[in-house]
Design a protein around this ligand. Sequence first.
Ligand SMILES: NC(=O)c1ccc[n+]([C@@H]2O[C@H](COP(=O)([O-])OP(=O)(O)OC[C@H]3O[C@@H](n4cnc5c(N)ncnc54)[C@H](O)[C@@H]3O)[C@@H](O)[C@H]2O)c1
Length: 267
Amino acid sequence: MMSLKNKRVLITGGGQGIGRTIAEAFARSGASLVLSDINRETLERTAQELRDEGHDVTAHVADVTDVEALREMRGSIYRDVGPVDVLVNNAGVVFGGNFLQLPLEQHKLTYDVNITGMTNVTWVFLQDLLERPEARIVNIASASSLVGLPYGTSYCASKWAALGFSESLRLELKEEGHNNIHVTAVCPSYINTGMFNGVEPPRLTRMLEPDQLAEKIVASCLRGDAMLMEPFMVKLTPLLKLLPVGLLDMIGRALGVTTSMRNWQGH
Ligand SMILES: NC(=O)c1ccc[n+]([C@@H]2O[C@H](COP(=O)([O-])OP(=O)(O)OC[C@H]3O[C@@H](n4cnc5c(N)ncnc54)[C@H](O)[C@@H]3O)[C@@H](O)[C@H]2O)c1
């Protein structure tokens, strides 16, 4: 089990939502925080509020799709506080709706932020992580990494990619003998952050509360788990996918997975 004493945790998209809640959970466990976000206003407000609570926090505005900005951020983090020990790839966007009615730019932005962004940040910070005595990468994927999500086609595809990215990198690092680093893919269903306002959580699942999930994410990260799937129904999804497609589709409709995104009004 990794200890967070004197460890630095970088969280992308840390200005609000589950990123902020994950930051609070890491800080409570003794880590120093390095928060990053494209949104200066929420980033600076969150960083100040966490400092006011006595936590050690630095904040860096950066767009995860901009590799130059990420390189500069890495340089100033290294100079000011030192190399990071934990990277949480959390920044993400979603645009719900009928595939054809969504502008192509929104589909493309979803891939740019959710998977190209994850690749960029990991590429810029991985060497530093490999040189730490103990290190972790946590990639925030989704329950939709495991099953199709109508009215969220590109979001779902970007999250399948995020899971493939995590699993491949985890195996490659092991293969290369980097036993000091573990990669965790986090696959939660809907979380109460506003990103998915208007959705209907599928039957036998509930809207997850950020605080409880964040504690589980930190625990999984410290143990070096390969995957965290929440709530329980999500853990059954890989098994359900062994069923014939027609039957799986019927179950998806009956549980409300197929229609859960139909009334999405989130941000
Ligand atoms: N909310 C859910 O139901 C849910 C479920 C599963 C997975 N997730 C994933 O969790 C992560 C966080 O989601 P959230 O619910 O907290 O959403 P959120 O919208 O509240 O937070 C996302 C954060 O990412 C930042 N961001 C967006 N684009 C960025 C960019 N280009 N560069 C840097 N930062 C950027 C935003 O400014 C924001 O602070 C996302 O990856 C999301 O896909 C969310």
